[in-house]
Design a binder for this molecule. Structure first.
Ligand code: BEZ
Length: 217
């Protein structure tokens, strides 16, 4: 059965470059980005892992832990880590799961047999602090992912969890947002959106991004 949005992310125990990981305990109370890549010692994956490592301050700012996975073993991961350090201007600063037995790949449906029987595809799971799956993405092997987009989605999820808003196409932090159509009460709208809103259509109401609440700061 495939994993869907809103499901509880399956828990697992697996070896990693930072020792044994019990997934739910490891991420406790935090957001997580779990992502797979096809193989160690491959060029696109090398650039992806460098990118994710360079974004460490951005993950931390958002209370996110990141964790990679491929179906190679720890020895390969360790040798490849040295190459990443040498070529990407940063060392790995997050764990890489060594999923040689495909335990986690199978649990999360990261192997798509019609793409490859043996390698994981480029899957991304954004998982919230309550362990719910909030985003699923699948990229093909030859296309490196845009991790700024992953950060953008996390910004949207964290904002829309805390305010009665949704974010429009291509939205970025600080830009105008949409008041959710279910919110109709004008007194409540005034209270929640003191800067007012523009009704382009009755169902399309644009307002400045709300200020963070005390718990978001
Ligand atoms: C890569 O990471 O460069 C890659 C991996 C599998 C197939 C194609 C490219």
């Amino acid at each position: 059965m495939s994993i869907r949005l809103g499901d509880i992310a399956p828990d697992f125990e697996q070896d990693s470059t930072e020792g044994k990981i019990n997934f739910h305990a490891w991420k406790e109370g935090k957001w997580a980005v779990l992502f797979s890549h096809p193989k160690d010692y491959t060029p696109v994956c090398t650039t992806e892992l460098g990118s994710v490592a360079r974004l460490k301050p951005e993950w931390e700012k958002r209370n996110v832990k990141v964790i990679g996975l491929s179906v190679d073993g720890l020895t390969d991961h360790q040798g490849w880590s040295a190459d990443i350090k040498e070529t990407q201007g940063t060392a790995l600063n997050f764990p890489l799961l060594a999923d040689g037995d495909k335990k986690v790949s199978d649990l999360y449906g990261m192997i798509h047999p019609n793409a490859s029987d043996t390698f994981t595809v480029r899957s991304v799971f954004i998982i919230d602090p309550a362990n719910k799956v909030r985003l699923l993405l699948t990229y093909p092997a030859a296309t490196g992912r845009n991790f700024q987009e992953i950060l953008r989605v996390i910004d949207s999820l964290q904002l829309t969890d805390n305010h009665k808003v949704a974010t429009p196409a291509n939205w970025k932090q600080g830009e105008d947002v949409i008041i959710v159509p279910a919110l109709k009460d004008e007194a409540q709208i005034k209270l929640l959106f003191p800067k007012g809103y523009k009704a382009v259509k009755p169902y399309l109401r644009i307002t400045p991004q709300p200020a963070p609440t005390a718990s978001e700061k």
